[in-house]
Design a protein around this ligand. Sequence first.
Ligand code: NAD
Length: 426
Amino acid sequence: MTTLDQPAENSTRAPGPLHDAQTQLREATTILGYDDGLHQMLATPRREVTVSIPLHRDDGSVEVLIGHRVQHNFSRGPAKGGLRYSPAVDLDEVRALAMWMTWKCALLDVPYGGAKGGVRIDPRHYSRAELERVTRRYTSEISPLIGPERDIPAPDIGTDETTMAWLMDTYSVQQGHTVLGVATGKPISLGGSRGRATATSRGVVHVGLAALRSRGITPDGATAVVQGFGKVGRYAARFLAEAGVRVVAISDQYGAIADTAGLDVVALEAHVDATGSVVGFKAAAAVDPATVLEADVDLLVPAAVEGVLHAGNAGRVRARVIVEGANGPTTPEADVMLQQADRLVVPDILANAGGVIVSYFEWVQANQAYWWSEAEVEARLADRILDAWHSVTDHARRLDVPLRTAATCLAVERVAQAHQMRGLYP
Ligand code: NAD
């Protein structure tokens, strides 16, 4: 087992998300005064599995894909975390994302540990039937490790509610009965929760508006840019626009578009549904995607991938407030530069926690077989995430540290306390 504190052998990126997660943890355990044993316990994943996924392609050929599931910590409950389909997936990325899930669940006080899964695949190049076979084989390989009381996957980059339906069905067939609680982010007709599809974005916008106000910026009439127009970015842009924020530029992996008068987000959604990209949206100008991150706006929402704000571009970021819809978009080096430039960075483990909050609600509803209304889900989500916003900002003031440091310290302390109360077996 590789501890998360040592450079991993298969690291393909320098330094990459695992380095970022380790750096953030080291800072927190130093502030908390933890000894090396406790630090190593928090830094090391509890379990990791790598599986091969032989796939019959539609043309009759066979291809072998690689998948991972990393369960970082179970001290506070079953592991919880998304499943990512992307060509960039590697074990180190999954380890980092699993660790961030542990802190996120602890920060929001949902009774879970952290996990993450990934398959190295570009889903755009596979048919729906092929993706179903990949999902079912991957699920079958990891099924001894998952379950409502063990580890509960959810959608992430490149996966969606249909992926979760296949995962839930495969697991259920193996168990011999329907197990709704094995995954969250499922379709409503299969035990999904109302409000789950938009929950991460709702959370981003609740926290984003609070962050703007904390800097004396009135949301109505403020300006924003969003990087990424997938499950998180599109609804974040829509809800910002509904709150009166002028969304002036949006990018995706193919390009970027801008309109200083404010984009028509609903029309853009229709364009993306029809074409698969923001590129070619007639009611806006095409711009260089790099300019989105450096736009002179009140709010920047990175909602795509890790490491997009780094030492090479952080000095050019002009947004007053950065709210991390994505996991790990800001490297520790960029964090320092943004702090020095007086930019407010609302960290991922707080900003994008709306998804795991409503995933928790979905699991609770599935376990009770009792369904809540959308209004109930949304009200509870707003309460939870805004409570966390207040705890983190109060803690940051008390410790005189940035929000990420405060959030990580709060979360790590909760995990360490649970671990210490349970004791070390044997
Ligand atoms: P998604 O696959 O639905 O969408 C990803 C979007 O990012 C797409 O529009 C894609 O074109 C774009 N993108 C990819 N690379 C890019 C690049 N280099 N520059 C600009 N755009 C790029 O994924 P998602 O579920 O929206 O997840 C986005 C981020 O949010 C990830 O970091 C994920 O871990 C995080 N997140 C997701 C959830 C959730 O509930 N889905 C919850 C918490 C955090």
